[in-house]
Design a binder for this molecule. Structure first.
Ligand code: 9MR
Length: 375
């Protein structure tokens, strides 16, 4: 879709045509294929369903258990969930050999009850590793560390076998300049750890879609090119990789990426693609100029996914500003999400709604629906 057509669509939506368009999704929404929540016809999940797209969010499982307003939005608006933290290694194996699956199991059960698919996040990362591992890593041999990593992947994927739609198998393995990150995995195991991780995950759950996931690959450039080279090579070697996740953590001060072209070139390799952690931070307090940029960010990132048939999910990294990771990491920045501090929808939410309502001509993707036993 060219940019003139895009802006025409946005203008149409702003003028209110969306009210009429919402009714087109009503037929689907009134017949949910699960016993779960009432899904309003103008919800994000209902509006995305006719083109086969899943709209996801990262989930804070503490809030899932304790905050009914949060949980209501989660289940009525989203058709895919990603645990924000509770499937990470430090959470699932805080003491070596002792697993704590309970919080992630609760999310998987909630997803099933609410007709949502689960993105598993994440198996191999340099961050949020358990202390027992980081403390002993330097004294381990390569073979010992490889065995520990294989056991972790095998045990976790096996525990959730049949319940995970997409796994982020390897997360953030590159630096921004396109070189491989100097993690304990690279230091001890060499770059082959990446292919090994995919092979081990596939052996444990052959039906799960296996993803490489990273940030700052939305813009075409050294990092995106390096990931492109890696996944091309993995495909050529027959390594079981199914997709690439573009985290899409944007900031108004850096402008908008050429995401559609970038998604398209990865899709042409025979891969699925997904936007996996979308948010758009800005400096606080938010000016109207900044908010316009944030709205444009959500609009164009969703349009990019809609335009590419192989883009099977669009996931925001949490939906409420009060619970966002951003202020804790970027001092003076925030307001990155689609609902405000009081869980009221912002213009960022409305533009997603309108963009979906206007996307009835987008290519239909099937991978969100062919997953009968995936949740
Ligand atoms: O949102 C997550 C936050 O609660 C954690 O403290 C943080 C620890 O690194 O990880 C955040 O999620 C990250 C995700 O797992 C991978 N991509 C970047 C996300 C934001 O930091």
């Amino acid at each position: 879709m060219n940019s003139r057509r895009r802006s025409a669509l946005i203008t149409t939506a702003v003028l209110g045509a969306s009210v009429v368009l919402f009714s087109q999704a009503a037929a689907f929404a009134s017949q949910p294929a699960h016993p779960g929540p009432v899904v309003p016809p103008d919800s994000l999940r209902a509006l995305a369903a006719p083109v086969g797209l899943r709209i996801g969010t990262a989930v804070n499982t503490d809030l899932l258990a304790s905050n009914p307003a949060y949980t209501k939005i989660l289940n009525s608006q989203f058709s895919s969930v990603t645990p924000e933290n509770v499937m990470k290694w430090e959470s699932v194996e805080p003491t070596q050999g002792t697993y704590n699956w309970a919080p992630a199991d609760a999310l998987v059960a909630s997803a099933k009850a609410n007709g949502q698919l689960v993105r598993g996040h994440t198996l191999v990362w340099h961050n949020q590793l358990p202390q027992w591992l980081t403390q002993e890593a330097s004294s381990l041999s390569a073979d010992q560390l490889r065995a520990i990593l294989k056991k972790h992947i095998t045990d976790e994927v096996t525990h959730f076998k049949g319940k995970i739609w997409q796994w982020d198998v390897v997360n953030e393995a590159f630096n921004d300049d396109g070189t491989l990150r100097n993690s304990i995995w690279l230091q001890k195991l060499g770059s082959g750890y990446i292919a090994d991780a995919f092979r081990w995950a596939h052996a444990a759950d052959p039906k799960a879609k296996l993803f490489y996931n990273d940030y700052n690959i939305e813009f075409t450039g050294p990092k995106s090119n390096a990931v492109y080279a890696l996944v091309s090579q993995l495909k050529a070697q027959g390594v079981p990789i199914d997709g690439v996740g573009f985290q899409t953590h944007l900031d108004t001060q850096y402008g908008l990426p050429d995401l559609e072209n970038n998604l398209q070139r990865f899709a042409k390799l025979g891969l699925n693609v997904a936007e996996t952690e979308v948010d758009m931070r800005t400096t606080l307090p938010v000016t109207s100029l900044e908010q316009n940029a944030q709205v444009a960010g959500y609009t164009t990132t969703l349009q990019a996914c809609l335009a590419v048939k192989q883009c099977i999910s669009y996931t925001v990294w949490g939906f409420g500003d009060a619970y966002s990771w951003v202020p804790g990491v970027f001092a003076g920045e925030g307001a990155a999400d689609i609902y405000d501090e009081n869980l009221q929808p912002k213009p960022e939410y409305t533009t997603l709604q309108q963009t979906l309502a206007l996307a009835t001509g987008a290519p239909h993707r099937t991978d969100g629906h062919d997953s009968g036993d995936r949740h």
